[in-house]
Design a protein around this ligand. Structure first.
Ligand code: ADP
Ligand code: ZN
Ligand code: ZN
Length: 711
């Protein structure tokens, strides 16, 4: 007998083939079975999905047979497939693509025999206890009243929860306790803890191990992130899929892993932009967490000191009689152990001599900290020595030949480097345009700060009499494998007094001895064309400030400080920052967004297109727009809406970084006050886009980005 199977495979995006393909097999296979199937002239991995009704199925006789069934693997669950199908639908990709990218690459790449061997090894390995050194149980602290209240709420209600707790308020402790309660109650239950970037928080990994390995064994905890080798990823995935892993600690990709007994999802630092995937299916792992929570009946805890404005709005109290807020907000305003939040000091740079790098008052404050053995963080969101080199006589600037951006001067290896295409050149001795030797620098980067600080602070000593030690952490200093971990360890060990760095140093590190954090040059974000820039800046500064004063004993005697050097000291953002008043900041931003009809008061999508010529990219988008408008005119559900309530397509414009590696980039915005309406439109428009694309051959790449993070 021949059975017809529907199988999801990863078809090339441009093929326009969306759904499942059909194959023949001698017997029926359960939904979720992993199979290898022929596709064109190669063989590929596929997932068996629900078959079409018998009358719609193609006749089995003409179909190619599947090549093999992956033995030793439980079929993927139906809820997992539902999650994949939702993700594909919502983010406008094919389910095959989403399914296959959600699986560990080794499943796809290993030959069947090799894979069978790996699986066998995995099963025997899991059966025997690991011989890893036993971890001693770290005694869990007794929850504070605020933590207890949060835990009780999470235990007794359904959520999703938004834990709004200042930095150091003990949010992580709440997550860990919730996980603990769950694991103790249900011997099968799995919990997912997501973090924005795992290599920035190695501490969390060790905290989780210390907490859970003694009781549940080291193999009950797995990590999932892009830093793992394919073999490690396969192992983690298999453990989660077969239920051996009880705690999955991962970055955004983990939200699509198979976790059949998932009952709790924690999204730490839920506001972080790295939860949004930036290529392929551009999903938001935070939003999918909420969806998956509903699907799997798992509790969802979002946590942040500076929630995304979307989540904040969703957790705002509603008027009596209205539907309750979508998320349940749990506030944890106090820092653990009377640690106080840093005092915010603004330095008005208008009153400083031009080109001032560090104001005198800030330098003095830094010296004081170092003298008493405290640490200082200096934050500047630009790496390299200087972002632009220029000629004082003819005006030449270090533009990249291939991009609409400047090559950045790196003094360490005397290069000009484009941070977008990677073009690297030796620094010219003379102006390439007029030959003049008088080349100057515009702006400063972390490398320059590190160097200048060493000069400005010569003679400064620590309490032990040694000279002050300055270090830098940014994408350049951490390129080597393991470099970041090593550098962070040095800071933790107290070997560094002043740490200069980009936003990498502002994320969740639990530095104990930081007394002062200084943010230089944050003003760009105040006037950015991206409406989310202020939100990002506020979160970054609050987080950076949160690195200070974590040691309560220290901060009692000497209150910690967050310094901001700005040309706009009166800006409401800094005013709210000074008061540590996220709610005030959110209110002000949300008012602006409501008036302008921007998210979260509207839903957006972007279509981006790339071509050699800007005109070609825009022509495609504008043709797509015309087709979209024609489609809208025919959609009956839109016919009777008031103007502005439907779906609006904007004219195509160049992207703010217009050219990268000789490719021109353009985008078009689609907006609607109704997410559901936007989704219905996008679903109908998608096939049309593929058709329009056929007439615009010069387009190299195009993609839809639903709920884009950067406009
Ligand atoms: P957050 O995640 O909000 O920044 P953490 O959970 O990391 O806060 O807590 C900050 C620090 O306080 C950590 O060092 C943690 O071990 C400690 N801590 C948390 N809760 C308690 C508690 N109830 N009693 C004592 N120390 C605690
Ligand atoms: Zn010149
Ligand atoms: Zn370039």
């Amino acid at each position: 007998m021949t059975c017809v199977l529907s199988v999801l495979v990863q078809t090339p995006a441009h093929s326009g083939l969306g759904g499942a393909l059909h194959y023949a097999h001698t017997q029926d296979l359960p939904v979720g079975t992993l199979v290898r199937v022929p596709l064109g002239n190669r063989e590929t991995l596929g997932v068996v999905v629900t078959p079409l009704p018998a009358e719609e199925r193609p006749p089995g006789a003409n179909l190619r047979p599947i090549s093999a069934v992956l033995e030793g693997l439980q079929p993927l669950g139906s809820r997992w497939i539902e999650l994949i199908e939702f993700t594909a639908r919502y983010y406008q990709r094919s389910p095959g693509e989403v399914a296959l990218t959600a699986l560990p690459p080794a499943l796809r790449d290993l030959a069947p025999l090799q894979l069978a061997r790996r699986l066998k090894r995995h099963h025997t390995h899991q059966a025997t206890p690991t011989d890893a050194a036993p971890v001693t149980e770290a005694p869990a602290p007794i929850p504070s009243p605020e933590q207890q209240l949060a835990l009780d709420t999470i235990e007794s209600q359904t959520g999703p929860f938004l834990v709004f707790g200042s930095t150091g308020s003990g949010k992580t402790e709440v997550y860990l306790r919730s996980v603990e309660t769950l694991l103790a109650r249900d011997p099968q239950a799995q919990a997912l803890i997501m973090v924005p970037e795992i290599n920035l928080t190695p501490q969390l990994e060790s905290r989780v191990h210390q907490r859970f390995a003694p009781r549940w064994g080291a193999q009950a905890i797995v990590s999932m992130h892009s830093g793992l080798t394919p073999a490690q990823r396969l192992r983690s995935w298999l453990s989660a899929h077969h239920g051996q892993a009880r705690i999955i600690l991962g970055t955004r990709m983990a939200i699509l892993a198979s976790m059949p007994h998932l009952q709790l999802i924690v999204v730490d630092e839920e506001h972080d932009p790295s939860y949004k995937q930036q290529e392929g299916a551009r999903y938001s792992a935070r939003d999918l967490a909420v969806y998956r929570g509903r699907l799997d009946q798992a509790k969802v805890i979002l946590g942040s000191a500076t929630p995304s404005l979307e989540s904040w709005q969703h957790s705002e109290a509603t008027a009596p009689g209205q539907a309750p807020p979508r998320y349940q907000r749990i506030a944890m305003p106090s820092r653990i152990g009377q640690g106080v939040l840093p005092q915010v000091r603004r330095v008005d740079m208008n009153l400083q001599p031009r080109q001032t790098l560090f104001s005198g008052v800030l330098l003095d404050a830094m010296r004081e900290r170092v003298k008493v053995g405290e640490q200082v963080l200096v934050l500047l969101n630009r790496r390299g020595y200087s972002p632009v080199l220029h000629c004082r006589s003819c005006g030449w600037k270090s533009e990249c030949m291939h991009c609409s951006a400047f090559r950045v001067f790196h003094k360490i290896d005397r290069t000009l480097r484009c941070h977008h295409c990677g073009q690297t050149d030796r620094v010219p001795r003379h102006c390439p345009s007029c030959g003049d030797a008088d080349l100057g620098m515009l702006g400063r980067g972390t490398e320059m700060l590190e160097e200048q600080l060493a000069d400005l602070l010569t003679g400064l000593t620590r309490p032990d009499g040694q000279a002050v030690r300055i270090a830098r952490i940014d994408a350049d200093s951490t390129r080597r494998q393991g470099a970041l971990a090593q550098q962070l360890a040095e800071v933790h060990a107290g070997d560094v007094d002043i740490l200069v760095g980009t936003q990498m140093i502002a994320k969740g590190h639990d530095f104990r001895r930081v007394g002062l954090v200084a943010a230089l040059d944050p003003d760009g974000a105040l006037f950015s064309s991206d409406f989310r820039a202020p939100e990002r800046l506020f979160a970054l500064l609050m987080q950076a400030g949160g690195r200070a004063g974590r040691d309560a004993a220290l901060s009692r005697t000497h209150p910690s400080e967050l310094w901001v050097q700005t040309f706009h000291p009166q800006h409401p953002l800094f005013e709210a920052l000074r008061q540590h008043d996220y709610p005030a900041f959110a209110r002000q931003q949300l008012d602006e967004r409501a008036q302008a009809g921007m998210p979260p008061f509207s839903a957006q999508a972007l279509v981006r297109a790339e071509a050699r010529q800007q005109e070609a990219a825009q022509a495609f988008l504008n043709a797509a727009r015309e087709a979209g408008d024609a489609l809208l005119a025919q959609m009956p559900e839109l016919a009777h809406l008031e103007p502005g309530m439907g779906v609006h397509l904007f004219t195509a414009v160049p992207m703010s970084l217009q050219r990268v590696a000789n490719v021109e980039r353009a985008q078009m915005l689609i907006e609607s006050p109704s997410r559901a309406l936007l989704q219905r439109f996008l679903a109908q428009w998608h096939p049309v886009l593929h058709e329009v694309r056929q007439q615009h051959r010069q387009v190299i790449r195009w993609a839809v980005d639903v709920d884009p993070q950067a406009i």
